[in-house]
Structure formats: C-alpha cells, structure tokens
Ligand binder design. Structure first.
Ligand code: PGA
Length: 251
C-alpha cells in the first residue's frame, strides 16, 4: 500500500539550531504506520538533524548535484549526503528550475545520480500559469515526467515519489482546487501506467504542493490520487506542521 507523505520544504529558512528546536518540539508526534513525515532542511542543518533526530521525523535534502564529484563550487554531491546518513532528496523543485536554470535534462541526470546512491527522491513537476491558461498543464507535466524518468527502471521507481506543484500556487496563497489536484494526480497515474505498468503506477505516492495549510489539507488529502503534500510556508511553524501531520493520520 502506498504511503501518505507529509513533507515540509523549509527552503532557505532555519539555522541548524532553529531546525533542531523545531524537531525537538515535534518529538512527540505519532504518525500512523502508513504516514511518512519528512522535513527537507537546508544543507547546513542536515548533519545536526541526522545526529540528533530519530524517526518518526525523516530528514531530506532539498537538492543534489548531478555529477559524482568535481570542480563545482558551492555544490553538494549524493555521496556527501549519504555519508551523513541523508537518504532522501527533493529533485526538480520549480525554484531550482526557475532560479538556477535546471533543465529537464539536468533534472534527469540528478535523478539517475541520486538513484545510483540509493537516495529516495521526491521529484517535483508542475506547470506555469500561462501554460495552465493555455490548457497545456497535462502535456507540460507529462513531458517533465518522461524526461526525468528516462532510464529509470521499474525497480528504481520504488524509490521515487512525485510532487505535483503548479508554479502559480507556490508561495502565492492560491491553492489549486482539490478537483484540479485530483485531475493531475489521475493524469500522472495514467502517465506512469504508460511508462511502466499498473502495479508501478499504483505503488507510487503522489503529492500535491502549493499553498497547502492546515485549513485546506483535509480536502486535498480526501482525493484518491493525492497521497500526500509538499508544504513550504506552513511547514515552518511547528504547531502548523503538527496539524498537517494530524491531517495525514486522518487520511
Ligand atoms: P508553499 O511552497 O507551500 O509555500 O506554497 C510549496 C513548495 O514550494 O514546495
């Protein structure tokens, strides 16, 4: 059975100490067995979180470089992450695509590199507002998926969850309707059947992201093809994040 995933994406917020304080204040959360609770922390906070924090809070990176190693000033490799026990990463977040020029090809190379180090991946896809207004959202997401998953085997798909994050809903307070989130979830499910098969598709956790908060999470998680959420702003405050985890338990 696929898992419900409640993932917080802290982006460029929280010092290591603030990250640890957050984790400590949530040490009593009790997610159901079918729920994974993940925080995607800034690189600097990862070593301390990995050292001090135990399940049920899982710790993820927000990005990873596509090359094994080399002269890439300021970058972090997959083996550096695994060397401190980090075994999950986001890949292809729209802010990486938009502000750091990550093309579909770069995203695909990151996916393959992360898989070769046995990292779990939350792969982000999603259309811009103009693309939705032109009715192109499904083809945009299909193309992003086909590119990112090229060369990824059925077996490797077990390590991948997919987060649909319409760019126009990120940080804007404008959430996609639960119908739109479900429609895209169902589209992604069909795309995975055509790329792989029914079994692979139905085992893959699909997340929705974009202005998710305690007030709207239940409606989103009520959709059959919304298995979880990737949350930016509303994941920063521990009490708000706690409410998101509680909603995960109600799914
Ligand atoms: P948001 O961000 O919840 O602040 O809209 C979501 C994300 O970027 O993953």
């Amino acid at each position: 059975m696929r898992k419900t995933i409640i993932a917080g994406n802290w982006k460029m917020y929280k010092s290591p100490k603030q990250a640890l304080d957050f984790a400590h204040s949530l040490s009593d959360i009790e997610p159901n067995e079918t729920v994974r609770v993940i925080v995607c922390a800034p690189y600097l906070a990862l070593p301390l979180l990995k050292e001090k924090v135990t399940l049920p809070l899982e710790i993820s990176a927000q990005n990873v470089h596509q090359e094994e190693e080399g002269a890439f000033t300021g970058e972090i490799s997959a083996s550096m992450l695994t060397s401190i026990g980090v075994d999950i990463t986001l890949i292809g977040h729209s802010e990486r695509r938009q502000y750091f020029g990550e093309s579909d090809d770069v995203v695909a190379r990151k996916v393959r590199r992360a898989l070769s180090h046995e990292l779990d991946i939350i792969l982000c896809v999603g259309e811009h507002l103009e693309q939705r207004e032109a009715g192109e959202e499904e083809s945009v997401v299909s193309n992003q998926l086909k590119a990112a998953l090229s060369g990824v085997s059925k077996e490797e798909m077990k390590s991948i969850s997919i987060a649909y994050e319409p760019v126009w809903a990120i940080g804007t307070g404008k959430t996609a309707s639960s119908e739109d989130a479900q429609a895209m979830g169902s589209h992604i499910r069909k795309e995975l059947i055509s790329l792989y098969d029914e079994e692979t598709s139905s085992a893959c956790s699909l997340l929705y992201g974009g202005s998710v908060k305690p007030e709207n999470i239940d409606e989103l998680l009520a959709q059959p093809d919304v298995d979880g959420v990737l949350v930016g702003g509303a994941s920063l405050d521990p009490e708000s994040f706690r409410k998101l985890v509680e909603a995960g338990n109600r799914k």
